[in-house]
Design a protein around this ligand. Sequence first.
Ligand SMILES: *Cc1c(COP(=O)(O)O)cnc(C)c1O
Length: 293
Amino acid sequence: MFEQENVFNQEMKLDLPNHISIHVKREDLLHPEVSGNKFRKLKYNIAKAKALGCTQVLTFGGAYSNHIAATAAAGRILRIPTVGVIRGEELIHVYKQNPTLAKAEQDGMQFKFVTRTAYREKSNAEFLATLQQEFDNAYIVPEGGTNDEAVLGTMEILKEYDKRFTHICVAVGTGGTIAGIINSSTVDQTILGFPALKGSFLSDDIDKFAIKSNWKLIHDYHFGGYAKYNDELISLIQKIEVETGILFDPIYTGKMMYGVLDLISKGYFPAESKILVIHTGGLQGWNDVILKK
Ligand SMILES: *Cc1c(COP(=O)(O)O)cnc(C)c1O
């Protein structure tokens, strides 16, 4: 699964001012089920789990988590059992109606539903030790999949031929993807991150993994926070799909695209800027929108 790399950059044929161009790195096409950056982040984690002789992979996520969906599918394909520690005890009765969790279960993932309070302890050593006891010989991947192995994977997103871009734009959740991109960028490129959640704690998380400082977070386009969106965002995503044939997701990449286009219209980018936006995938996130309609 991890051998294939059918990714390319696609120019967005949009009417942009000041000779600015946007290309999209189609990481969403990496794999039909283990999409985009989650594929990158799992690659070296699963390799390490197997090398260590671990017999299952355990990770964390909310009810619509792309990371949970990707881990479950990767586990099925690579024949390693998976466990999802899921935020929200109440889901135990209704999770079969949640498309992300229903598919993860079909992929063989075993669930442990925990209260929101318990979930907050997800990186606490004591909680991890009890999980390690409960789930024998498990390899634990943190929420969102971000750790050293993940960053090794996300460093493979940028290629030699991407050095020609002046700006690289990416959606940010836990920061592992932007960290890898920063690490494999050149110092004269500017990396702009668009957090999909509220809060400024992210910078510290990115600094933990990033070896350069040519980056900046733009906090103005989270649309109220994680998994929140409005009609304006949805109609922009639809308009982009009609004009370019590229579908972005409403949780991460759509917000980034909204931000990039808004910043262009406000004159943020210098003339002749060559922008590369990373389509990190996550199209299964549309399940959430459809469900809430
Ligand atoms: C998870 C995810 C992100 C965020 O990645 P981080 O490495 O956690 O910052 C961005 N885009 C999509 C589509 C995702 O699924």
